[in-house]
Design a protein around this ligand. Structure first.
Ligand SMILES: [Zn+2]
Length: 118
């Protein structure tokens, strides 16, 4: 979106409707957007690190263990790893899914160690 003073800003809008009124206001000067364009989201993978930390009778375990989860556009499909990873390794695994579409992501998922228990 763009205001009269040529400030430009972007918002992620869920669904087909208009963005909330507040998002149509320039973040710099509060002016109304005079130009608004919609770009449909490309088929890209959403990645999530899910903490596996557990708590029982005051003890916390699995502090540095994370499940890796990937989702297709709008979370239509989700895959979660069978095993857990350390924070550093989990971030490396998530990087495998940078800027690729869902079909490519599923191929990488099956080639990786995600479905194998640790
Ligand atoms: Zn402005």
């Amino acid at each position: 979106m763009r205001c009269e003073d040529s400030h430009a800003w972007w918002r992620l809008v869920d669904g087909p409707g208009e963005p909330p009124a507040g998002e149509m206001l320039c973040p710099e000067d509060g002016g109304e957007a005079v130009v608004a364009m919609r770009h449909p989201l490309a088929d890209r993978v959403t990645v999530t690190l899910v903490p596996a930390a557990w708590e029982r009778e005051g003890t916390i375990g699995f502090r540095d263990e994370y499940f890796v989860e990937i989702s297709s556009h709008r979370h239509a499909e989700t895959l979660r790893s069978a095993r857990t990873y350390s924070w550093e390794t989990a971030q490396e695994r998530l990087a495998w899914f940078k800027d690729i579409d869902w079909e490519a992501a599923k191929r990488r998922w099956t080639r990786g160690d995600f479905t194998k228990p640790a």
